[in-house]
Design a protein around this ligand. Structure first.
Ligand code: GSH
Length: 274
């Protein structure tokens, strides 16, 4: 059994698969893909993943793409330590969560990331190089969002939408936890694993107050419990502190632009917790 994960430690989609592998106790080989250097568009990588995105998991030679589908595959092939509820209704609810997070919140997370954290590097590129970076992205929606992040940053209408969308995600999570400890029932499942990287990214961007100081107490408790698991420590929790510190200072500078789009303003100042 050989599992090889082509990924970036900074990518939310990669983190989902890394978290699932960790929760299931599956050893794997790690192959970093340099997203900033454009390695995702190299012919060798695009032969594995035609959309030029991470992650890609290789299992005994089979090439697996799309993080949500990879999570399903891992539970099909390695049923020990299941990450899917056995009740068909709750399992359906879990899949609805995953779909919503992927379709709606993933692009919003990317918009926030690139408008606040990735923009300085994009603007440092010569205009022709920036254009080439954008044109290399085969998916039109991804390309349009990246262009808006680069050209208008926090002033882009897509940025305001993304802030509201991620705030809505926090509300949805908080509400779902009213009668259950995890998003799809009594145990951790794909739903929690897919949501966690997006909540973590808000904190890593110095926006922890959105999670901690808005009286979304069930959300804050869920987040604390997930961060206490060993799977966190070896994935999202292992990101270099130097990078997180840099992200938090960029996030602090962007805070006024985030705050003005919020429905519920945090009750405490947006001090980052590291
Ligand atoms: N639906 C895909 C989305 C993958 C995705 O968007 N990956 C991002 C990182 S989180 C990426 O590789 N972006 C490439 C780029 O920035 O050019 C999945 O879940 O696997």
């Amino acid at each position: 059994m050989l599992l090889r994960l082509h990924h970036s430690i900074f990518s939310a989609s990669s983190q989902k698969v890394a978290l699932a592998l960790a929760e299931k106790g599956l050893a794997h080989e790690s192959v970093p893909v340099d997203l900033q250097g454009g390695e995702q568009h190299s012919p060798a990588y695009r032969a594995l993943n035609p959309r030029g995105v991470v992650p890609t998991l290789i299992h005994d030679g089979a090439v697996l793409i799309e993080s949500a589908a990879i999570l399903e595959y891992l539970d099909d092939i390695f049923p020990e330590r299941p990450l899917r509820p056995s009740d068909p209704v709750i399992r359906q609810q879990m899949r609805a969560w995953v779909r919503r997070l992927d379709d709606v919140h993933h692009p919003a997370n990317g918009m926030l990331h690139y408008a606040v954290l990735g923009r300085p590097a994009l603007l440092a590129l010569a205009p022709e190089r920036l254009e080439a970076v954008l044109q290399a992205m085969p998916n039109r929606r991804d390309r349009a969002l990246r262009a808006a992040a680069a050209r208008q940053g926090v002033e882009a209408p897509e940025f305001a939408d993304a802030v509201r969308t991620q705030e809505e995600m926090l509300d949805w999570i908080d509400r779902a936890l009213e009668d259950r400890p995890f998003l799809a029932g009594a145990e951790i499942s794909h739903a929690d694993i897919v949501a966690l990287p997006y909540v973590a990214r808000l904190e890593q961007m110095g926006l922890a107050a959105l999670v901690e100081a808005t009286r979304r107490e069930r959300l804050a408790d869920w987040y604390r419990r997930l961060k206490a698991r060993p799977s966190w420590a070896i994935t999202i929790g292992a990101l270099p502190q130097q990078v997180i510190g840099h992200w938090q200072s960029l996030g602090r500078a962007a805070w006024p632009h985030v705050e003005r789009h919020l429905r519920i303003r945090p009750s405490a100042p947006a001090t980052p917790s590291s």
